[in-house]
Design a protein. Structure first.
Length: 99
């Protein structure tokens, strides 16, 4: 049996968000963006004690999940929370956890 036959779209979306949120640095970035409008990648580099390339990978994972969006404003990239996806993730987790 193929797993796509037994898993729902809700389960797949919840798992995608959970994977993106599955690292403390990504959780930090999400928390930071949830408290402010947007943040530039350079600012994040100054705040976080990790290599630029590592931060880039974390931002890529969050962006691929849809939880954040990035706009290029040369020479920087401005990252913002994707409020629609954030609200969807909150609902999916609440439903899953029975909250």
């Amino acid at each position: 049996m193929d797993t796509s036959e037994i898993t729902s779209d809700h389960q797949k979306k919840t798992a995608r968000y959970a994977k993106a949120m599955g690292h403390p640095i990504r959780m930090y970035v999400l928390e930071l963006l949830s408290k402010q409008n947007c943040c530039y990648s350079g600012d994040l580099t100054n705040i976080l004690p990790i290599a630029k390339s590592t931060l880039s990978q974390h931002l890529k994972e969050l962006k691929n999940s849809g939880l954040i969006q990035g706009e290029i404003e040369p020479p920087k990239i401005r990252y913002c929370l994707n409020h629609e996806a954030w609200a969807e993730a909150q609902k999916l987790f609440k439903d899953f956890l029975g909250c």
